[in-house]
Design a protein around this ligand. Structure first.
Ligand SMILES: C[S@@+](CC[C@H](N)C(=O)[O-])C[C@H]1O[C@@H](n2cnc3c(N)ncnc32)[C@H](O)[C@@H]1O
Length: 214
């Protein structure tokens, strides 16, 4: 069990749902940590062939906004737990007009029928079994030609010092999650019935793993 749960009595996201002030602080921290990364991911990926995107665990929605601003032909769904979606919806006027907001639990289901399911800094929150469940839920409802995009900082090969290795320890303690190498992501995708097509570098220390149905 992650140490957070031992100390606070609940998994981190359940605890945040009971503590709106802390949840708001958490989303502000996510925004601060994402400075530049949302733009970098939006710039690096080609969404030209797609029509609808779901930002799974999209939180504050800044990644989705950056993508939709650059691609007015796309419609987008910001999908997160109810409290997260309500906070974003309260700010709906600041989102591109083609944004909609859907609340739910990605372990149960994600909105069906889109052709891109993107998740940034979501998969690293979870252990392999949980991560496969999220990815499989996307795979099951995406269009046949659809793509799953995982935006994460990938652990580089070798035994050099790297901040992501410290964050790995943080994930273990807080959510029971894990930072992964490219081959670990590839195995995770395969277990969810997906195939890693390519890894897209961005201008920041975050990459996008693009996967299709296996
Ligand atoms: C680390 S944050 C990342 C947020 C955003 N994607 C970003 O890059 O800043 C993880 C997000 O997953 C959401 N989340 C956690 N558990 C969830 C669940 N069971 N269903 C849907 N969203 C969930 C959280 O509310 C949070 O917004």
């Amino acid at each position: 069990m992650p140490t957070f749960e031992t100390v606070f009595g609940k998994p981190r996201f359940d605890w945040l749902a009971d503590h709106p002030d802390a949840a708001s602080l958490f989303q502000q921290a996510m925004i601060a940590l994402s400075q530049g990364a949302n733009e970098a991911v939006a710039e690096a990926c080609d969404f030209g062939a797609f029509s609808q995107i779901v930002d799974v665990g999209g939180g504050h929605g800044q990644l989705l906004s950056e993508i939709l601003k650059r691609h007015p032909h796309l419609s987008g769904i910001l999908f997160d737990l109810p409290a997260g979606v309500e906070a974003a919806r309260a700010n709906a006027a600041s989102f591109p007009p083609q944004t909609s907001f859907v609340a739910g639990n990605f372990f149960n289901a994600v909105p069906a029928g889109a052709d891109v399911y993107i998740m940034k800094k979501v998969i690293h929150d979870w252990n392999d079994e949980q991560a496969v469940r999220i990815l499989r839920n996307c795979r099951e409802v995406m269009k046949p030609h659809g793509r799953v995009l995982i935006a994460e900082t990938i652990i580089p090969p070798g035994n050099e010092r790297n901040t992501i290795k410290l964050i790995d320890a943080n994930m273990l303690v807080v959510t029971g999650g894990v930072e992964r190498t490219e081959s670990e992501f590839s195995a995770l995708l395969a277990a969810a019935g997906l195939r890693l097509e390519r890894v897209i570098s961005t201008a920041r220390a975050i990459s996008v793993l693009e996967a299709s149905r296996a």
